[in-house]
Design a binder for this molecule. Structure first.
Ligand code: HEM
Length: 372
């Protein structure tokens, strides 16, 4: 019940129906760790992840009452909750420490500084990442916690982000959720049924420059704080013009239903475009970005109160998958950063990019085995 298959051509947690909860962690490999030790970590992590995805404990501890339990225990009695654990490698892993410099795909390049960024370096980047998604927050937390535990002595947590509500749909059978600004989010996302679009925009094809990444993808994460106090004082009409959609129904302005085509070329009686020139959905649309298309799979987050301002520290933990961030996230974000009406109400506070290798084929295989 609630089990998403762990093994397959692609990793789960990308086109899998977006679950409700997120626990996303970035790790740095510790100084002095060898390539063999890194390989061992990935073998151990993969085995543990396969067990947890099946709703099992990392290990059966009953036989060893005089050792610390090898599973931390908080998921005992819970279902797998559609847990997916998705693994990735950051650009810094290819800096020469492990003799992997020649294996770095060109697409795995740090995201350059972008206008409006206010990034916290301690919440950005990382050698490795683990995205755990589940319909139960404790199941997602348990997955990351136990992988961290297995990494003791080999890798340390660099940053950790919890997300409490999905802000996307990755399948046409899912309802569109709402983000913290109260708008439906994910309407015009790439859906898993659209395999032609996934092959074109998400999965690395046979022409990928590194054979070990073929069938994989790349993830870009951005922690985007929403200035909710300002947003909540804005008029409804202005809020709708910021996105270019109606708040309640999610329909594009100038259209009737949520999934109606976005009327990008229609003008109103006043001669102005019904979707304003600086509306988020105009500037983010593939048709206005030379076809740049990404699979969004982000989550709402809150980390309490921002102690400097006394305001809510909450927003969108943006997650997007694409076959090459240089032709996916980057051109879209450059355009948004320059003129999105939404910029008045958001601040990007962290940034990371990771290569997501293809799926683990069977129980003998392991994450990123093609690298070793
Ligand atoms: C569409 C919200 C950041 C890319 C949308 C929609 C909403 C939304 C409500 C309309 C519904 C939909 O089609 O999903 C937000 C919020 C953001 C944010 C609140 C920040 C806090 C970003 C970023 C990117 C992005 C950083 C990429 C760099 C897109 C794309 C679409 C979209 C590609 C679909 C446009 C279309 O084809 O109609 N977003 N978004 N968004 N957003 Fe964002």
């Amino acid at each position: 019940r609630g089990v998403v298959p762990f093994h397959g051509a692609q990793q789960a947690g990308i086109t899998t129906d977006a679950q409700d909860r997120l626990a996303f962690a970035a790790f740095d490999v510790s100084a002095g760790v060898s390539r063999d030790q890194l390989r061992e970590l990935l073998v151990g992590w993969t085995a543990a992840a396969a067990r947890m995805a099946a709703g099992q404990a990392v290990a059966d501890d009953a036989a060893a009452p005089h050792s610390p339990p090898r599973d931390t225990g908080e998921a005992i009695g819970l279902t797998a909750g559609n847990l997916t654990i998705t693994f990735g490698l950051g650009p810094s892993l290819f800096d020469g420490r492990f003799g992997l410099a020649g294996r770095r795909p060109a697409a795995l390049a740090d995201i350059p500084p972008l206008p409006g960024d206010n990034l916290d370096p301690l919440r950005s980047r990382g050698d490795l990442c683990v995205q755990a998604c589940a319909d139960d927050p404790q199941v997602a937390f348990h997955a990351v916690r136990n992988l961290r535990r297995l990494a003791q002595g080999t890798a340390v947590l660099r940053w950790f982000q919890l997300g409490f509500g999905r802000t996307s749909t990755t399948s046409s059978s899912q309802d569109t959720p709402r983000n913290l600004m109260g708008f439906k989010d994910g309407t015009n996302n790439v859906k898993r049924e659209d395999t032609a679009s996934l092959d074109k925009h998400v999965w690395v094809g046979a022409d990928g420059d590194q054979a070990w990444m073929r069938g994989g993808t790349y993830v870009v994460t951005r922690r985007i704080r929403m200035l909710l106090e300002s947003w909540d004082r804005d008029f409804l009409l202005d809020q709708e013009q910021v996105f270019g959609r109606t708040k309640t129904s999610g329909a594009p302005l100038g259209a009737a239903e949520e999934f109606d085509p976005v009327p990008l070329t229609t003008r109103g009686a006043d001669g102005e475009p019904v979707i304003p020139a600086d509306a988020h959905i105009r500037l983010a649309a593939a048709s206005t970005n030379g076809g740049a298309t990404i699979l969004r799979r982000g989550y709402s987050y809150t980390d309490g109160v921002n102690q400097e301002t006394g305001q809510l520290d909450a927003g969108l933990f943006f997650i997007a998958f694409q076959r090459d961030p240089r032709t996916g996230f980057l051109p879209i974000q450059r355009r948004l950063a320059a003129s999105d009406a939404l910029n008045e109400y958001i601040v990007h506070t962290s940034s990371a990019v990771f290569a997501i290798p293809p799926g683990v084929r069977d129980p003998k295989d392991f994450w990123a085995s093609g690298l070793f």
